[in-house]
Design a protein around this ligand. Structure first.
Ligand code: PRX
Length: 645
């Protein structure tokens, strides 16, 4: 049995779940035994949610890259670790074996050292989905530098904010990135982000698109030159000598910025050992991965899904992971199915928004595509509507592949509530049961556990978790108090997820969506406060309020109500100007879908915007807006209703 902790029956699930709750320390120690430690831990778990302080495997010494690469070399050295699929199907696929990955990661680790990077330093990575991005991430981990990957859709301003927050001194980027028929000038965006910056010491630039770039003397260096030099240093007679740095179990592994209900994204910090154990355990169990399976997670490494299920989960399990540079609809809507066919993919993991988008092209793109290698399908990022679930099950899985609906978050490191493929039952639209180690409960606004079912026989409340699992976030970078107030202070002694959920009598959970001021656009989190800040930066905007509304493809769309001063051009032109501002401040991913100009916003006498009313109007509701008599100016509601887009 390659994974002794793999759950293979419903009965075992129940037994393991019970044990994980009753005796978490021995349960997780048994799982952790299956990794490579330089020194074993002194204590499995120490925690309280009041500070919060969460420590797993404290005293343990390890390096995650030895677990993801070195320990596999003897048996799997010539096996593919990564199958890299380029944006343009005419370009060459690259198969990165474990041996090759080892060499490249070591080489890049040496490059980092040569450029002055030390253990604990923050390295910002802003690259397209090229294999070199994986080498950069793992190269950081090898020397104990903390990586902070920023998705290629974020703007210079967003990068500058993140660089400042992380106090980063190093950047790894590309000249440009291909995404469908677009060519994104990453280095030039970095240059904009660095105007006036005095802390960045080095920018390492990998050549992907051959877009002309400006290289600043003394600061910018080429990836290729640096790698060549490093190769000569670490390789002798085909043997690589580049030891991994010994790290403490609780040393930080990475920072990943994510939006919350306040204006500023926060840097979620994961630490090494717990995250490693959790991504591996959840990968092997959720997807029922078997050695030799080809796993294709369609996410971008700029998001947590890519961190956990393109890199750390599959690689720590000695798996084969497909890394895809492009988009689902380029050159046509059959791209995923081509990749499944060509690379004999066994497990496909994607987002409901991608499924809905592909559904809209009908079944033609599936013609002639052999999908018979598929065994398991997965979804992540947002609630999946039943229509999309069934389309996926019928047309992609041909009703033979279990569909796992995995609920989790940047903060949770890996899947928390999900069915396990073929082991625990699926229920369309439901994430179903918690993973071992995860103790969810539903509470009302006062933090009291909900125990009375509603008229449909379901419990309904805000989703919290009672105790830590190994992959839980440890802090928010540079501001532990923010971590406490965001996640651990709403309800005493509970981790609050920000999601609402339903629970049925069998213990299954259905996630209904965010209950805080966070939108989920195509599976990506964006805070309304962050969006409003961006819109308000446009010179003509006096005030704005942003809400989500149901969107056929994206799940949620962005609806902005804007009070505008003096309009110079027409409304359409002004909308475009506002789009431009948002793209500059946050990035193109945050562009509002609708902007309605209004003369006022529904506010209470204390000045609080009544978003509930705005949400209902954006949703198409004109009656039943609830009590509006407490508003400062109830008349404004009528105007907004009449102007709805
Ligand atoms: O609202 C939930 C939704 O996505 C949020 C987390 O977003 P992020 O940190 O960007 O991570 C996305 C990838 C893990 C959650 O709070 N969400 C994620 N998965 C699901 C989901 N909602 C319903 N069902 C899911 N399977």
């Amino acid at each position: 049995m390659p994974y002794p902790y793999q759950i293979t029956s419903l009965e075992q699930y129940h037994n393991d779940y019970k044990r994980s709750v009753e005796e978490p320390e021995t349960f997780w120690a048994d799982v952790a035994e299956n990794f490579y430690w330089r020194k074993k831990w002194d204590r499995v778990l120490e925690w309280n949610f009041t500070e919060p302080k969460i420590e797993w495997f404290k005293g343990g010494k390890l390096n995650i890259t030895e677990n993801c690469i070195d320990r596999h070399l003897e048996k799997l050295g010539d096996k593919p670790a990564l199958i890299w699929v380029p944006n343009d199907p005419e370009d060459r696929t690259r198969i990165v074996t474990y041996n090759r990955l080892h060499k490249r990661v070591c080489q890049f680790a040496q490059v980092l050292i040569n450029n002055g990077v030390q253990k604990g330093d923050r390295v910002c990575i802003y690259m397209g989905m090229v294999p070199e991005l994986s080498y950069a991430v793992l190269g950081c981990a090898r020397i104990g530098a903390i990586h902070s990957v920023i998705f290629g859709g974020f703007s210079a301003q967003s990068i500058a904010d993140r660089l400042y927050d992380a106090q980063a001194e190093f950047i790894v980027t590309c000249d440009g990135a291909y995404r469908g028929n677009k060519d994104i000038p990453l280095k030039s965006i970095i240059d904009d982000a660095l105007i006036g910056n005095r802390t960045i010491k080095r920018v390492i630039v990998y050549t992907r698109t051959r877009t002309p770039v400006s290289m600043l003397k003394g600061r910018d260096v080429w990836w290729e030159d640096e790698m060549e030099h490093a190769e000569a240093q670490i390789e002798k007679d085909n043997v690589i000598t580049m030891p991994a740095t010994e790290m403490d179990a609780e040393d930080p592994l990475f920072i990943l910025y994510t939006s919350g209900s306040t204006g500023k994204p926060k840097g979620v910090v994961h630490s090494i050992a717990g995250y490693m154990v959790w991504t591996n355990y959840t990968f092997v169990n959720t997807f029922q991965y078997k050695p030799g399976d080809v796993f294709f997670c369609t996410a971008d490494i700029g998001w947590i899904t890519g961190h956990s299920y393109i890199l750390y989960g599959p690689l720590s399990a000695g798996g084969t992971s497909v890394m895809f540079e492009g988009v689902p609809t380029f050159p046509d809507a059959g791209r995923f199915w081509d990749i499944v066919d060509k690379h004999k993919v066994n497990i496909l993991y994607t987002a409901p928004t991608a499924i809905r988008s592909l559904m809209s092209y009908g079944l033609d793109p599936l013609k002639g595509k052999d999908l018979s290698t598929l065994k398991v399908l997965g979804t992540v990022g947002e609630p999946i509507n039943e229509e999309a679930w069934h389309w996926y099950d019928d047309n992609i899985g041909k009703n033979k592949c279990p569909v796992v609906d995995t609920w989790w978050q940047t903060e949770t490191g890996g899947t928390l509530i999900t069915n396990m493929a073929g082991v625990t039952p699926a229920k369309p639209g439901w994430a179903t049961l918690p993973m071992p180690g995860v103790q969810p409960l539903l509470v009302d606004e006062n933090g009291k556990e909900v125990t009375e079912p509603n008229a449909d026989g379901l419990l309904k409340g805000n989703l919290c978790i009672k105790a830590p699992w190994p992959g839980i976030l440890r802090t928010t970078y540079g501001d532990h108090e923010r971590c406490r107030t965001n996640y651990f202070a709403t309800y005493e002694n509970l981790y609050f997820t920000g999601d609402g959920a339903l629970k049925d009598k069998d213990g299954n959970f259905r996630i209904t969506g965010r209950v805080d001021d966070v939108l989920n656009i195509s599976g990506h989190r964006i805070g309304t406060a962050e969006l409003e800040n961006a819109i308000n930066m446009h010179a003509g905007v006096i005030e704005s309020a942003v809400v989500g509304y149901p969107h056929d493809i994206k799940g949620q769309g962005i609806y902005a109500y804007v009070i505008y001063g003096h309009m110079h051009g027409d409304e359409e032109q002004t909308r475009k100007d506002i789009f431009q501002t948002v793209s500059r401040v946050i990035g193109a991913i945050a562009k509002p879908d609708k902007i309605q100009f209004v003369t006022g916003l529904p506010k209470t006498r204390s000045g609080k915007i009544m978003r509930r009313i705005l949400r209902k109007i954006a949703d198409g509701e004109t009656e039943n807006l609830g009590d509006i008599s407490t508003l400062l100016d109830p008349g404004v509601v009528e105007e907004i209703k009449n102007g709805k887009l």
